[in-house]
Design a protein around this ligand. Structure first.
Ligand SMILES: *Cc1c(COP(=O)(O)O)cnc(C)c1O
Length: 398
């Protein structure tokens, strides 16, 4: 039995983290989702349909690329798992296609979700279009302003985008708002959570749906090098792209796993979203994990230049893996990530998402410290969505 076989336990716990803290009216719905998932995960038809979709619709497998110029520049060995080449430009479609396929099997008519950078919204709207389901996406007004192209994409794809105008108007409030909407009609809709967060069974489901990234990477990396990577690096918002690639290596103790959190503008509370690094145990959005809190114990305001990373908590499995010493929590700040964004663009001709640029920044540092080791980075998405923001900040073309 490997690690994945007994994590989470039957109650959805990874060590002391995870679980399902739900309002009573949702308990039964989440039990139904869990049962449907446990039934379907071993169903050959479901698995074969997902395989076909991944190959013929999403364009998987995505390649692993040896970043020769970045490696030469840092003196190390950096490989990129190109999730930016997955259909819609990020890893999120991996879990969205599977979630909406599950929703369809459960007879649901509508999928509801939150989105930060708009990537989950676009991926879910894409999956909903593919399967012919209605799609409702909740998004903070701050993020709407920052991520225009993705907002337009969702609308083109036929989704209903609901602006969220309370609180800090970013990801956390979008989750609150989406939950509220789901509560009003849990029978015919499903809340398709966008990361390895939320109540059981979502952290497990989303991890399992994303594990294709790790399975492919491990095989591809071995084919290229005859070895395992010494280090695997991924950025962490909720933690889905990270667990997707980490999951294949958890039992391989010689492979170091690095979860990179956004250090934003600085180390003060409110300036970053480094939950694993600075957080403490607490329940948010229906699960127990490590979160950033104010002195009153409320979820703290968070910030990152990458909208997809500014969440005050983190997937419970990351909290557990850190707890047992299996992963290292690292950070990259705004400035380092912006620098990595331009470096990868100019050295390799790959424009990364600002989220993914955090992993690249960290990997470049690691490459300098460990020149003899190999580093596999999950390049979770492409940066096209960020060009408006970059234009505003750097004034290209003006
Ligand atoms: C959403 C997003 C992330 C952060 O989400 P995780 O669940 O932590 O993976 C990272 N990269 C990209 C490109 C994203 O769209």
């Amino acid at each position: 039995m490997g690690y994945l076989d007994n994590h989470p336990d039957e109650n959805g716990y990874f060590g002391k983290f995870g679980g399902a803290y739900l309002p009573p009216e949702l308990e039964n719905e989440f039990k139904k989702i869990k049962q449907a998932y446990l039934n379907i995960r071993n169903n050959h038809e479901y698995i074969n349909e997902l395989r076909r979709i991944r190959k013929h619709y999403q364009g998987r497998p995505t390649p692993v690329y040896y970043a020769k110029n970045l490696s030469a520049m840092t003196g190390g060995n950096i490989y990129l798992k190109r999730e930016d080449l997955n259909h819609t430009g990020a890893h999120k479609l991996n879990h969205c296609m599977a979630e909406v396929l599950l929703a369809k099997h459960m007879g649901k008519q509508k999928v509801i979700a939150e989105t930060g950078a708009g990537q989950h919204g676009v991926a879910l709207a894409t999956a909903a279009a593919y399967f012919g389901l209605e799609c409702e996406i909740h998004m903070g007004e701050v993020d709407i302003a920052k991520e225009k192209p993705n907002v337009i994409r969702m609308k083109i794809l036929g989704a209903n985008v609901v602006p969220v105008s309370f609180g800090a108007k970013t990801l956390k409030e979008a989750v609150d708002s989406a939950f509220e909407s789901y509560l009003s009609d849990p029978e015919s809709s499903i809340y398709a959570i966008g990361s390895v967060v939320g109540p059981d069974p979502f952290p497990q489901m989303v991890r399992d749906f994303q594990s294709i990234v790790g399975i492919e990477s491990k095989e591809q990396f071995f084919e290229m090098t005859g070895n395992q990577p010494d280090n695997v690096v991924a950025c962490v918002g909720g933690g889905s792209n990270a667990l997707g690639i980490f999951s294949a290596f958890i039992d391989d103790e010689n492979v170091a796993l690095h979860a990179v959190e956004p250090m934003g503008k600085g180390t003060k509370l409110g300036e970053h979203a480094a939950s694993l690094t600075y957080g403490s145990e607490g329940v948010l959005h229906g699960f127990n994990s490590i979160m950033l809190k104010t002195e009153q114990g409320e979820p703290a305001p968070v910030y990152s230049v990458a909208s997809g990373l500014d969440y005050p908590s983190v997937g419970p499995e990351h909290a557990h893996l850190k707890d047992i010493g299996r992963l290292t929590a690292g950070t990259a700040d705004d400035a380092q990530s912006m620098e990595a964004f331009f470096t990868l663009s100019r050295k390799e001709g790959i424009i990364p998402a600002l989220e993914s640029a955090h992993a690249v920044a960290y990997a470049m540092e690691l490459a300098k410290q460990r020149p003899h080791e190999s580093i596999l980075v999950n390049l979770s998405g492409r940066g096209d969505k960020d060009i408006d923001f970059v234009t505003e900040k750097y004034g290209f073309g003006e």
